[in-house]
Design a protein. Structure first.
Length: 144
């Protein structure tokens, strides 16, 4: 899957994993770790009703691709996939899948943590929180 930025509902975890299992180098995989980011029902300002996620799409796609490619250069790492969604999301809905496949669990877990931290820090994604009270605001830090 070359695309990393999706509208809500465009891709499923099952489809991502299915494609991973069909890779020519899948025989090198001994471990797969998955991070699933979901909408929390509470924020520092109150109870969350929903989120709106927007992106500077071209730049976000490029950054997500770069992060994946750089992390795939590590010894023992076969694949890194980051699939982030944009649109409107209710509490409990999925915002992002980060998948790392590799030879051994240690490298896979370490790379998963770095992939999550890097996408959050480096990707131009914008989050608007809409609270149950009716108040809404763009989260000041521009990256989720």
């Amino acid at each position: 899957m070359a695309k990393h930025l999706h509208r809500k509902g465009e891709v499923t975890l099952e489809a991502i994993l299915s494609e991973l299992y069909r890779r020519e180098d899948a025989h090198k995989v001994g471990a797969i770790a998955v991070f699933i980011g979901i909408v929390r029902g509470i924020s520092s300002r109150g109870e969350v009703e929903k989120l709106e996620i927007e992106a500077y799409e071209e730049m976000a796609e490029d950054r997500l691709e770069r992060i994946c490619k750089e992390l795939e250069e590590r010894d023992g790492i076969v694949a890194v996939e980051i699939h982030h969604f944009t649109g409107e999301f209710k509490v409990g809905e999925v915002l992002v899948y980060v998948i790392v496949a590799g030879s051994h669990r240690k490298e896979v877990f370490e790379t998963l943590v770095e992939a999550v931290e890097r996408y959050k820090r480096e990707t131009p994604l914008f989050k608007k929180e809409i609270l149950r009270s009716g108040d809404s605001y763009w989260v000041e830090e521009h990256i989720i």
